[in-house]
Design a protein around this ligand. Structure first.
Ligand SMILES: [Zn+2]
Length: 78
């Protein structure tokens, strides 16, 4: 079995850690984002932010914004 070294792990790190976080609602766990078409309001949405196919929805409360590692991106604390 090959030896796993810290050097190998370091090669995956980038300096744009900010981009690895996405905003979400800490109250319900849903995704949230700023919709410029709604006067820059934070709104819950469904869909992928990378696509244009996002749909804001109203779960009955205003989003309580928190940040979490974006799905699909390996996040390594350092
Ligand atoms: Zn919510």
């Amino acid at each position: 079995m090959p030896e796993v070294t810290l050097t190998a792990i370091d090669s995956f790190l980038t300096d744009d850690g900010e981009d690895a976080l996405e905003p979400f609602c800490t109250a319900c766990g849903g995704r949230a984002g700023i919709f410029t078409s709604r006067r820059g309001e934070w709104l819950h949405y469904i869909g992928e932010a990378d696509d244009s196919d996002v749909e804001p929805y109203d779960p009955g409360h205003a989003p309580v914004i928190g940040w979490r590692p974006a799905p699909g991106i390996v996040f390594v604390a350092r």
